[in-house]
Design a binder for this molecule. Sequence first.
Ligand code: PDD
Length: 284
Amino acid sequence: MSRIAYVAGRYVPHRQAAVHIEDRGYQFADGVYEVISVVGGHLVDEEPHLARLHRSLAELRIPLPMEDAALKIVIREVVRRNGVDTGIVYLQVTRGVAPREHAFPKAAKPALVVTSRRSRAPDPRLGRDGIAVITIPDIRWQRCDIKSVALVANVLGKQQAREAGAYEAWQIDRDGKVTEGTSTNAWIVTHDDIVVTRAPDTAILSGVTRLAIFDIIRREGYRLDERMFSVAEAKAAREAFLTSTTADLLPVVRIDGAPVGEGTPGPLSQKLRAAYFAHAASPA
Ligand code: PDD
């Protein structure tokens, strides 16, 4: 089945799908995006993803490209036309096409792109064996709460992780506290079995997976503390893990080469991972 993308109001073959060279996403990274999982044909946590899309657009003062009811139809149509049973949907909205000028154009229409592809899950060995992270200075802007397509700092960080043989880079703020990974949220489990992750300030993206894990923690009666933690605390923690739409929940077993806990996936991380899979697999 050949891939189909939704671009400029039309469903077109993926290979021919194109945006104008003066799209402000291309010239200024003036746009936002969402990645939504598809599991067994249904969209995982579609509502919180669309709510976050609304928020990101509002923060950048980009109008909605279409109402949610229409957007949901487009998303489903792209999933259907690509025959995606398990995979992801990518949505991107930019401020539109206009002659290059920093200030907002008077007459640009927001440009929506929707794509979908099969297979979202990382290699199952990563879940079984756990992954390594490195730590790097957080060099990003001060509005990481907006899911902006301006990701070059994240790209550099992820590449640095790859070159160091690690899955992810945890970014560190000026106070030595972990903000988040380059495309994932960061978590630790203390020796008192308290699950810790940073509160949603402007230094992190409030992950939809993160919110789903909160619900699981509450439901299962685990303890949660939304607070900052340092690299030293993470290295000394009992367990660590990361979350995102595409990574699900992956246990972190090494930070900067040093083992976390026993150096193997911790029991609480594994329980939360299993509970998250059950959540993702159940139609909303
Ligand atoms: N990334 N933090 C950052 C910087 C992210 O880019 C992401 C998601 C997350 C986790 O958010 P969520 O749980 O809603 O996926 C946290 C997506 C998957 C991406 O860029 O591909």
